[in-house]
Design a protein around this ligand. Structure first.
Ligand SMILES: [Zn+2]
Length: 405
C-alpha cells in the first residue's frame, strides 16, 4: 500500500514537472530571434516536437485516470462483497445462537431428569421393583454422556459465534479502509483531470503557434525570400502586418462601390473611400510602409495624387491618395506609416484645377498588385489597377467617425 502510494506520488510529480517545463519553456529554444527562413523552420520543428511531448503527457495522464477509475470500481465491488460476507456471518451467528438455545434447553431437561433419577422418586421405583438397578445406572450414565456431549457442542458453537463476530469486525474495518481508498483515488482522479485540462490548453496554444508559424513561413516564401537570406534584407520593401488609416481622425462620407456621382448625378464606380472631417492642410500618412510608385500633379479629376507600393501580409498592393493640397514625397521614396506623404486638399485651395471634389476630403483607395504609375506604366496596367480595387479595411459605415489610425 505504502509502496503503491509512493509510486503514484512520483508519477504525479513527474507530470507536474512536465507541466512546469511546458509552462516556462520559451516558445523557441533559440536565444536569438529568427533571422532567416531556415531559422523559422527550426522554430516550427521545435514547436512540433513540443506538441508531440504534450500529446504524450496527455495520453499518460488519461491512462492513469483510467487505471484509477478501475481501482475505484474494484474497491466498490470489494465493499459489496464485504457487505454480503457480513450478512452471511450474521446469519451464522443467529443460527449458532438458535442452536445454543436448543441445546441449553435439552441439557436443562436432562439435568432435571437426572435429579429425578437421583431423587426419592427413583429410589421408590427401585424399591417397588418397577425399575432395575442396572437400568437406573444405565440411564444415569446415558444422561451424563449426553450432557457432556451437549456441553462440548455448546463450547464449539460459542467459539463459532466468536469467530463470526471477529469476522464481522474485520469486514467492517475493511469497508472503512476501502471507502478511504476510494476517497484517495477520487482525489487523485480529480487532480489528474485538472492536469489533463491544463495539458489540453497548452495543446491548443501550441496548435495556434504552429498555425501562425506556418503562415509566417508561407508569407516569406511568397515574397521570394531565400532559405538563408536575412529576412530583414528580403523585405526591404517592408512587409506590413495590416493596414493603418491614413488620417488621425475623420468621417467616412462616401464608400467604395457604385454610387451616384455628386458631380454628374450619374451612377459610377467609386474606386476608393472618401474621408472628410479635416480641413485642407491636414497631414496624410501612408497606410502601409512601402515605396512611392507614382505622383500625378493637378489632374482635372483627383488633383494631386500619390501612389504607393506595399507588401501587406506578403501580398503586393498599390494604395493611392487623391485631392492632395501638398505632396511631401517623391517617386522612389521609402515611406513608413509615420511618414506624412502630403496634406488634405479638395476644397477651395485646389478648386481651380480639381473638378472632381466638392469639399476638403481625402479619396483613399487600395488595389491589389503594383501599378507602374504615370509615365512608367501603360493604360492596361491602370485598368488592371482599377479592376483590382478593394474595399479599404477598417472603416465603418458611411457617416461613421474614427478617432485613431
Ligand atoms: Zn472619392
Amino acid at each position: 500500500m505504502m509502496k503503491l502510494l509512493l509510486k503514484s506520488l512520483r508519477k504525479i510529480g513527474a507530470i507536474f514537472l512536465v507541466l512546469t517545463l511546458l509552462a516556462y519553456q520559451p516558445l523557441n529554444a533559440y536565444a536569438k530571434e529568427a533571422e532567416t527562413l531556415a531559422d523559422l523552420r527550426e522554430e516550427l520543428k521545435s514547436l512540433q516536437a513540443e506538441k508531440k511531448r504534450n500529446e504524450q503527457s496527455k495520453n499518460e495522464t488519461q491512462s492513469e485516470i483510467n487505471s484509477k477509475k478501475n481501482a475505484v470500481a474494484s474497491a466498490h465491488k470489494e465493499i459489496e462483497q464485504a457487505k454480503s460476507d457480513i450478512t452471511v456471518a450474521e446469519q451464522e451467528i443467529n443460527d449458532c445462537k438458535a442452536e445454543i438455545d436448543k441445546l441449553t434447553a435439552e441439557t436443562e431437561a436432562l439435568l432435571v431428569f437426572m435429579q429425578q433419577m437421583n431423587g426419592e422418586n427413583a429410589y421408590v421405583q427401585y424399591v417397588t421393583g418397577s425399575s432395575s438397578m442396572t437400568e437406573l445406572v444405565m440411564r444415569l450414565a446415558a444422561v451424563d454422556q449426553i450432557t457432556s456431549y451437549n456441553q462440548q457442542t455448546l463450547t464449539e458453537l460459542e467459539e463459532l459465534i466468536n469467530q463470526n463476530e471477529q469476522l464481522k469486525v474485520e469486514l467492517e474495518q475493511k469497508q472503512v479502509d476501502l471507502n478511504q481508498k476510494i476517497e484517495n483515488y477520487e482525489a487523485k482522479i480529480s487532480s489528474l483531470g485538472k492536469n489533463l485540462a491544463d495539458l489540453a490548453e497548452v495543446s491548443e496554444d501550441i496548435d495556434d503557434q504552429i498555425k501562425n508559424q506556418k503562415a509566417l513561413i508561407k508569407s516569406y516564401e511568397d515574397m521570394g525570400c531565400g532559405e538563408n537570406q536575412l529576412l530583414s534584407q528580403c523585405v526591404e520593401v517592408a512587409n506590413n502586418a495590416g493596414w493603418r488609416k491614413p488620417l488621425k481622425r475623420g468621417v467616412v462620407t462616401s464608400l467604395w462601390g457604385y454610387r451616384k456621382s455628386p458631380i454628374t448625378g450619374a451612377q459610377q464606380f467609386h474606386n476608393g473611400i472618401d474621408l472628410a472631417g479635416n480641413g485642407e492642410g491636414t497631414s496624410i500618412y501612408a497606410a502601409a510602409s512601402g515605396t512611392v510608385a507614382a505622383i500625378t500633379w493637378k489632374s482635372s479629376c483627383g488633383g494631386n495624387k500619390v501612389y504607393i507600393h506595399s507588401y501587406v501580409n506578403g501580398k503586393s498592393y498599390t494604395h493611392y491618395y487623391f485631392h492632395l493640397l501638398n505632396i511631401n514625397v517623391k517617386v522612389g521614396d521609402n515611406v513608413t506609416t509615420e511618414t506624412v506623404i502630403g496634406t488634405v486638399g479638395g476644397g477651395k485651395k485646389t478648386k481651380s484645377y480639381d473638378k472632381c471634389s466638392t469639399g476638403a476630403h481625402l479619396h483613399f483607395g487600395i488595389a491589389t498588385g503594383f501599378y507602374l504609375g504615370a509615365g512608367k506604366g501603360s493604360y492596361s496596367s491602370y485598368s488592371k489597377l482599377v479592376a483590382n480595387n478593394i474595399q479599404p479595411p477598417g472603416f465603418g459605415k458611411k457617416g461613421s467617425w474614427f478617432y485613431s489610425r
